[in-house]
Structures are given as structure tokens and as C-alpha cells.
Design a protein around this ligand. Sequence first.
Ligand SMILES: [Mn+2]
Length: 333
Amino acid sequence: MSNPNARDPQYVEKLQAIAAKLKSWSGPIFVAAHEDPDGDAIGSVLGCSRSLKKLGLDARAVATSPRYLEWLPKIGELLAPFEVLPDDALILSVDSAESHRTVGVPMNQAGIPIINIDHHGSNPRFGEIALVSPDKAACALIVQDLVNALGVGWDVDIATPVLTGILTDTGNFRFSNTSAEVLHAAAELMNVGANITEINEYLAVNPRSYYKLQAEVLSTIDYPLEGLLVTAYVNEAMLTRVGATWEEVESMIASIRNAEGTQIACIMKDFGAHTKLSLRSRGQASAQNIAIACGGGGHVAAAGATLMLPFPQAKEKLLEEARKELTRVGLLK
Ligand SMILES: [Mn+2]
């Protein structure tokens, strides 16, 4: 997930402007992230909201935790979605590549300023202040810089969600976005009390249904485009059969992407009228290019898209765009 884009040249300036704006804000600050939140989304939300609360600010964390992260928020800490915000509210959107992907708060309510902190290169830089740094492996790394800019004293409650975000977005320091900077950042969080062994133990647990679902999904494995693409398929009926949820599908892409000789991996999620694609790539091929061509976005090595097409047409579109990408990098003629 390394990205050639340079860091926002005004990175430090913007970080300080955001810290100043947050510190001087007298109304409630709603911290929210993208739909279907992952460890980086929940970790970034909690890292921000806990820091702001520690400064005496009125911060509200708005998110719904997936089951595998339920150990991270305290009971009642994550608030249910808001349809309307008070007039003196501010929104802090984290890890969300697009304004409409931020969930739990009304992103188009007139008069509510939005601060956008993110690391997706495709982010259109929405909001009053947009701090978008595609070379950061996790949004949580920007949050870590923000906590320092705010001058909040680090403690285990702030360090734990931030380290969780780094761990999940780097695949436990295995993805190509794992740099020396990432390891240094993680070491700093461990120094202030984050327990990496404990976090990894929590993250490693799968529901029992997960293994049965894995059998279902892996039975659909296919290797089209001269074996350079690996695909797997999942629909509602398969989930129902084993008593699993869509959430349990999320991590399966990580296992199929390791199929020998493949450059691109895709899990195709069939929702009937629409089809969601989870994409990964290695080497020269870009999952992001395919996702963008399908109306989605993300990072070079990990991206996603929703095609408003039933599965058969969606699969054709995927094959067409994957073929183009593999041709672009010279792997197909
Ligand atoms: Mn992220």
C-alpha cells in the first residue's frame, strides 16, 4: 500500500491549524469515520475523541463497532447515528475517502464545519480543513501526530486504539506500507503503554461461523486471466447457511491474495441488485486503478468498489478492468 504521492507539503501547518481549531471549539465535536468501519476507522475515532475529552472538550465518538473490535470502545462510548447536529457542532471526519462515505453524522448540514483527516489518495480533500496524507500507512498515524500537536499527555487509553489502527491497516506490519516510520510510531505507542500482544490476541479471534464461511467462500475460488487474477464469490445465502455475517467476509481477501502467481485478488460480494468488489494487488498492478474504473477508490494495493450491476455483469466488468490493468503493466498482451 505504499503510495508515490508526496506528503501534503503543508502537513505540519495543517496539523497545527486543526489542533488550534479543535482546542478553541466551544461546541460539541462529533468524530466519525467511514461506513463498515475497520480497525483504523474505529481506532482513529477513539484516538481523537479520547484525546479531545482529555483536554476537557465536548467530543462525541459516533460509530458502530464491528464485532471483532468490540473490545476496543468502552461500554456506551460509541454513540448511535445522528440525523441532525446542534448549530454549534463541528465534525471531525477520519479515515474516510469521501464525504458521503462518512457515516453517523449529517455531512451536508448547513453551517457545520468539517475537518477531514485521511490517508486515501483518492480523497477529494472535502471539508474546511483537509489533512490528507496518502503516504501514511494508517489514518491512525496522522491521529498520532494530531495527539502530539494537541499536546495531550499519552496514556494507554489513547495509545491502544491508535496502535490498533496501525496494526490493522498494515496487516500486522506485513503489507508494503510497513516502513521504518511505521515501526517507530508503533514503538512510541508501546512506550506509552499500548500492549501489542494483547491487541493482537483480540484481533486474531474469529467467530466459529467464520471457518464454515471460509469453506463456502474458498469453494468458489477461480483463477482467470492466465491465473494472474484470483477471485472468490459470496452471497447472502452462503452466509445464512453457516450463520455468518457480511463482516466476517472482510478478512478473507487477505488469505486469497496470497495465491501463488496472482497479481490481483478480488472477493465479489453479490447483493442482488448490486455487487461489491474488495480488491488487492501486488507488484506493478494497482487495485486502486481497477476500483476507480468501477466507480470506487482506495489505496494502490487495497481498494474497493460498488457496481450497481447484478453479479454476472459485475464479474464481466471486473474481468474487463483487471485485464486492462494487467495489460497496462505488461503482464497481459
Ligand atoms: Mn485507513
